[in-house]
Design a protein around this ligand. Structure first.
Ligand code: MTE
Length: 320
């Protein structure tokens, strides 16, 4: 299993501060052209491409952990150019082309519902930037592709505790920004915007549930959900909601965008499960981005020893 020692996560002698990464859409287009990718799509996007403001992704200071599946990491270019972020379009390269419109600074997050300290907080009051850590997680999309991504962030549980979880709270609901000016994709009713997701409180408190503010050593690129997104590695990728503006504690199971769109295909739990097929395709195997042969999909995406207890006694076929 990936976590060699659960409670003694290694800290490097020195915190790590890598080089910043300079991402802009010109680089994206060059990369696409070099790879011969998506040339047909470039014509219409070209004028706006060069109007984009360049964004420097500042390096983050973080400690290393040994949370690492020990598998090859998906290259930065694939992690940042093959995305799902429907607020920017439904094609895999749309987020990298269009998410320059997102303004991640300044950013605030409203924390409300069953908490002692509700309010609207600046990102720095939600995330302790002095306590960042790196975790390398598998990401398994419900569409049957997967990646391995080095995220930077903090565990979700202690963040929630900071706001004082009230005793009746049972679930956490998350909401993404929905701003037509910044998000051209929400002109279309592909989903019921804002994108919303939820976890049971004990899932949210599990040590693997993570709030990411960076990847590959630097701040999150816009297309990956800047400036703050959830990462729940044992669940299908759509649970890992991007660009969060609201976190609410509640006693009722929250609705989620994807189950509102199609409850039969996308359940509340959406744990990675090779034994429960999507109604339209098998979930037994997956395509690791960058690999040719398909891999077997692992129960709970390989994180079962840390999360299986959450579902003891539950019928995972009925609660998909
Ligand atoms: N969050 C929002 N707000 N909108 C989205 O369309 N897509 C989800 C998830 N979070 C999505 C989202 C899906 S389907 C996946 S697989 C992951 O983000 C993809 O994350 P990545 O693009 O960083 O790999």
């Amino acid at each position: 299993m990936l976590i060699k020692n659960r409670h003694a996560w290694q800290e490097s002698e020195n915190a790590v501060t890598p080089e910043g990464v300079y991402v802009n859409r010109r680089n994206f287009l060059r990369a696409g052209l070099a790879g011969g990718a998506a040339i047909a799509g470039l014509g219409s996007g070209l004028s706006s491409a060069f109007a984009a403001e360049d964004r420097v992704l500042a390096p983050l200071t973080y400690r290393l952990t040994n949370i690492d599946p020990g598998e090859e990491q998906t290259p930065f270019n694939a992690v940042t150019q093959y995305n799902n972020f429907y607020e920017y379009g439904t094609d895999k390269d749309d987020p990298a082309k269009n998410a320059w419109r997102l303004q991640p600074k300044p950013w605030s997050v409203t924390v409300d519902g069953m908490v002692d300290k509700p309010g609207t907080y600046g990102l720095e009051d939600v995330i302790d930037f002095k306590g960042l850590q790196e975790r390398i997680y598998r990401l398994r999309c419900v569409e049957a592709w997967s990646m391995v991504i080095p995220w930077i962030g903090v565990p979700l549980g202690p963040v929630l505790q900071k706001f004082g979880i009230q005793s009746g709270a049972k679930y956490v609901r998350f909401e993404t920004l929905a701003d037509k000016k910044q998000m051209p994709g929400i002109k279309w009713p592909v989903l019921d915007w804002p994108y919303e997701e939820g976890l049971r409180l004990d899932e949210a408190m599990n040590e693997l549930a993570f709030l990411a503010v960076g990847l590959y050593g630097n701040e999150l690129p816009n297309q990956n959900g800047a400036p703050i997104r959830l990462v729940v590695p044992w669940k299908y990728g759509f649970k890992s909601i991007k660009s969060i503006v609201r976190i609410s504690l509640t006693d009722k199971e929250p609705s989620t965008s994807w189950s509102k769109a199609n409850a039969r295909e996308y359940g509340f739990y959406s744990n990675v499960n090779p034994d429960v097929d999507h109604p339209r395709w098998s979930q037994k195997r997956e395509r690791r981005i960058g690999e040719f042969a398909r891999r077997e999909t692992l129960m709970f995406n390989g994180y079962g020893d840390l999360v299986a207890d959450l579902y003891k006694g539950m019928d995972l076929k009925a609660n998909y």
